[in-house]
Write a protein that binds this ligand. Structure first.
Ligand SMILES: NC(=O)c1ccc[n+]([C@@H]2O[C@H](COP(=O)([O-])OP(=O)(O)OC[C@H]3O[C@@H](n4cnc5c(N)ncnc54)[C@H](O)[C@@H]3O)[C@@H](O)[C@H]2O)c1
Length: 334
């Protein structure tokens, strides 16, 4: 049995607790959250114990692995503590919003050999993964364009916006990573970014965007377009299109069933698309955790690494620079 401590019992921590508890080879031992009510509720629902400090949760001899789902500014501290006490670490994206903290953490854990996985769950979505496989096997010939649409159903509250650290680093970071995943060993080298406040007063107050568009270019010349909105009235819009010399492959939106209705007013209407990330990426969240557990059992390096988390943040930082300077920015990864 692999014993896990969960750090953070908020929105995503609660979901991770359920996934951990449902795994036959894993036991959720401890839950730690500075908000005791959150910790208690999640621990109670999953037959776990609460602990009162990060040290108790992470450094206990009972613990084999930690899953970090606490607020972003806590991630590097918990990664370092986990790695130094020899625990396998799964950490939610982003590693941090500050590249200096990420670099510092990288130095601290550089020599330590533990499974460390970053929570870019979209890589584990069966449909998005098919697009990546098609690119790898050249099913669509040479990749020429990649188009990612990623729009949330509704904007978050002001409190979330003030804490999250900005649209590009908190949200688009998933799309930067997904682009990197599909491009494989062809790195992104340029970005041009636009961000706007078109409708959300809270985003305006938080000095953030509600709408964004990006053009990126890879070293081999693949052009990538990403568009994001914080409000798509028809649900969580998640589409990926790869276009190449021999065709196109699309990972489309998903509905609960595949039913289509035809009436005298409308043809081919479907049910609403799945509402938000927990519903849309259920399979991906489970499979990324299964991958983490397999890596622990077989002592192998997870497929989504610290470096992937760092590189996605570097692209997000370059995107902010592009927006600020109103020009295309060259990206380097040193
Ligand atoms: N991969 C995804 O799809 C996805 C989706 C949502 C959130 N996330 C990431 O997960 C993390 C948490 O997001 P959320 O939406 O669950 O936020 P949340 O605010 O709902 O939960 C965060 C929890 O962390 C706790 N916390 C804060 N400081 C802490 C500390 N020092 N020690 C222990 N716990 C602490 C808070 O009390 C809260 O319960 C963020 O990094 C976010 O970017 C990832």
């Amino acid at each position: 049995m692999i014993n896990i401590s969960l750090m953070g019992a908020g929105r995503i921590g609660k979901m991770h607790a359920e996934i951990i508890s449902a795994h036959p080879d894993v036991n959720l031992q401890y839950v730690y959250d500075i908000n005791k009510d959150n910790a208690l509720q999640v621990a109670k629902q999953n037959n776990a114990e609460i602990v009162n400090s990060p040290e108790e949760a992470i450094m206990s001899d009972k613990i084999d692995a930690i899953l970090i789902a606490s607020a972003t500014p806590t991630h590097t501290q918990f990664i370092t503590m986990g790695a130094k006490s020899g625990k396998a670490v799964f950490c939610e994206k982003p590693i941090d919003l500050d590249i200096h903290k990420v670099n510092e953490c990288m130095k601290e854990i550089n020599e330590i050999n533990i499974p460390l996985q970053i929570g870019f769950n979209r890589r584990f979505d069966n449909s998005h993964a098919k697009v990546q496989q098609a690119r790898l096997k050249k099913e669509i010939g040479e990749l020429e364009m990649l188009i990612i649409t990623s729009r949330d159903p509704e904007p978050p509250g002001l409190e979330y916006l003030n804490a999250a650290g900005g649209f590009f680093r908190d949200t688009t970071i998933h799309d930067f990573d997904l682009s990197r995943f599909i491009l494989g060993d062809d790195p992104i080298i340029q970005v041009t970014a636009f961000g706007e406040n078109l409708f959300d007063e809270n985003a305006k107050k938080a000095d953030d965007f509600d709408t964004a568009m990006f053009i990126l270019k890879s070293r081999e010349g693949v052009l990538i377009h990403i568009n994001n909105s914080r409000r798509a009235v028809y649900g969580y819009d998640q589409r990926v299109e790869a276009f190449g010399s021999k065709g196109m492959i699309i990972s489309n939106n998903q509905t609960i069933t595949s039913v289509e209705s035809y009436t005298n007013k409308i043809t081919s209407s479907k049910e609403p698309i799945l509402h938000f990330f927990i519903e849309r990426y259920t399979q991906a969240y489970k499979d990324q955790f299964n991958h983490f557990i397999e890596c622990i059992k077989n002592n192998i390096k997870p497929s989504v690494t610290f470096e992937d988390g760092r590189n996605a943040l570097i692209i997000a930082n370059a995107a902010y620079e592009s927006h600020k300077q109103k020009k295309t920015i060259e990206i380097t990864y040193e």
